[in-house]
Ligand binder design. Structure first.
Ligand SMILES: Nc1ncnc2c1ncn2[C@@H]1O[C@H](COP(=O)(O)OP(=O)(O)OP(=O)(O)O)[C@@H](O)[C@H]1O
Length: 333
C-alpha cells in the first residue's frame, strides 16, 4: 500500500518500569492523495501519536509502515526520504531566508557534502510556489507573519518530496481566513502531489470540510476513525470532547451550549437572512427547532427584515434585543 499504515499501535511514555500508555490499539491507514484530520481534546495524545509515527519517540507496541515497509526496518535517512513533518516547535532561525529554510528539506536527498544540485533548486522553487510563497523566497524568516511562516514550514516539508506528510496544529496562530486558506492549500497539495496527509488541529469545522477521514482521540486510549459526517452523526465528537452542558451542533459543525432548558423558536424562510436569524436566536439563548408544534417563538423572514410573532424588526440587533427582552419578561412571569 502507498501511504501510511498503523497496525495495533500503542504510544506513550516509558520511564524505568513505569509505562504511561496514551493511545493503544490504533489501526488505520492513509492512502496517497488522502487527508486525515486528527482531532481530540487537550491531552488526548494527538502530538504523541504524530511524534511516534514520525519516529521522534519510540512506540510502545505495534507497527508503523510507510509505503508498505515497517519503519523498524528502515534507516533514519530512508524514513526522512518518505515522511516529513511540520511540528509545533518554534524555530529560532530569524536570520535565515525562506529559501534557506526550504533548502533544509532537501537534506535527506542531497549527496555527500550536502551540495544542492539543479534538481534540488527546482524542487525548492516548486515547493515555495506550491504554498504561494515564491515572493517570500529571499525574506528573512524572522520578518514573516505567523501565516507566512507556517506556509514556509509547509514548503520545507514539501521540499523533502515526501509520500507522507504529518502536521501538528499548522493553523494555530492564524486568523480564520488564514486557517481555511492553509487547510485548502494542504488539501490541494495532498491531491495534486498524491501525498498521504495527517493534519492535527483544534479547528474541527474547517478540518471537517477538507479531510477525507477523521481520527478522533478521546478521553480513553482509543482512536475512532470514520467519515467526518458519520462520526458527527454518531456523537463521536461529543463523546470525545465530553464537556458538561456542551453539545456538537450538526447544522454548523461547531460546539454550542446544549439546548436543554432553553426556550424554543423556529425560523420561517430561507437563505442567508434565515441562517443569520437562527444564529441570532442561538446567541439570544433560544433553541432553534424544525417542528412548528415545538416552537414557542416564530421568526419569519420578510422583505423589510424579520417578524417575531407578528412584530417587525429591521435589524438582527433589534431581533436580539427583542428576544432577550422577551426572555426577561417570561422569567418574571
Ligand atoms: N514528555 C512527556 N512525558 C510524559 N508524558 C507526556 C509527555 N508529553 C506529553 N505527555 C502526556 O501525554 C498525554 C498526551 O499529550 P499530547 O501532547 O500528546 O496531547 P495532545 O492531544 O497533543 O494535546 P493538546 O491538544 O493539548 O496539544 C498527556 O497526558 C501529556 O501529559
Amino acid at each position: 500500500m502507498t501511504g501510511l499504515a498503523l497496525n495495533n499501535l500503542s504510544v506513550g511514555y516509558a520511564s524505568g518500569r513505569h509505562v504511561a500508555t496514551v493511545l493503544s490499539g490504533v489501526t488505520g491507514s492513509v492512502e496517497a492523495g488522502r487527508m486525515v484530520g486528527l482531532v481530540g481534546p487537550n491531552g488526548a495524545g494527538k502530538s504523541t501519536l504524530l511524534r511516534s509515527v514520525a519516529g521522534l519517540q519510540p512506540v510502545l507496541g505495534g507497527e508503523v509502515s510507510l509505503n508498505g515497509t515497517p519503519t523498524a526496518t528502515m534507516s533514519r535517512r530512508q524514513i526522512a526520504q518518505t515522511l516529513s513533518t511540520v511540528l509545533t516547535d518554534r524555530i529560532s532561525v530569524a536570520r535565515l531566508t525562506c529559501r534557506d529554510i526550504v533548502s533544509l528539506g532537501r537534506h535527506p536527498h542531497s549527496g555527500i557534502g550536502g551540495r544542492l544540485r539543479p534538481h534540488d533548486h527546482a524542487v525548492i522553487d516548486e515547493s515555495l510556489a506550491a504554498v504561494g510563497a515564491t515572493e517570500l523566497a529571499d525574506a528573512f524568516v524572522g520578518e514573516l507573519s505567523d501565516g507566512q511562516r507556517q506556509r514556509v514550514m509547509v514548503a520545507r516539508a514539501l521540499a523533502q518530496e515526501p509520500s507522507i506528510l504529518l502536521l501538528d496544529e499548522p493553523t494555530s496562530f492564524l486568523d480564520p481566513p488564514g486557517r481555511i486558506a492553509l487547510l485548502g492549500m494542504l488539501r490541494h497539495v495532498c491531491t495534486t502531489r498524491d501525498i498521504a496527509v495527517v493534519v492535527c488541529s483544534h479547528d474541527i469545522e474547517p478540518v471537517m470540510r477538507y479531510a477525507d477521514t477523521l481520527w478522533v482521540a478521546g478521553r480513553g486510549t482509543e482512536v475512532t476513525m470514520g467519515a467526518p459526517e458519520d462520526l458527527a452523526r454518531a456523537g463521536a465528537l461529543e463523546d470525545a470532547f465530553r464537556t458538561e452542558g456542551i453539545a456538537f451542533d450538526l447544522h454548523t459543525l461547531t460546539f454550542w451550549q446544549s439546548d436543554e432548558g432553553r426556550p424554543t423558536a423556529q425560523v420561517v424562510g430561507s437563505g442567508a437572512d434565515a441562517d443569520l436569524a437562527r444564529h441570532t436566536l442561538t446567541r439570544s439563548g433560544y433553541w432553534v427547532v424544525e417542528d412548528p408544534a415545538d416552537a414557542g417563538v416564530t421568526v419569519t423572514v420578510t422583505d423589510g427584515g424579520w417578524s417575531v410573532n407578528g412584530q417587525m424588526v429591521a435589524t438582527l440587533s433589534e431581533l436580539h434585543d427583542h428576544l432577550v427582552g422577551r426572555q426577561r419578561e417570561d422569567s418574571r412571569s
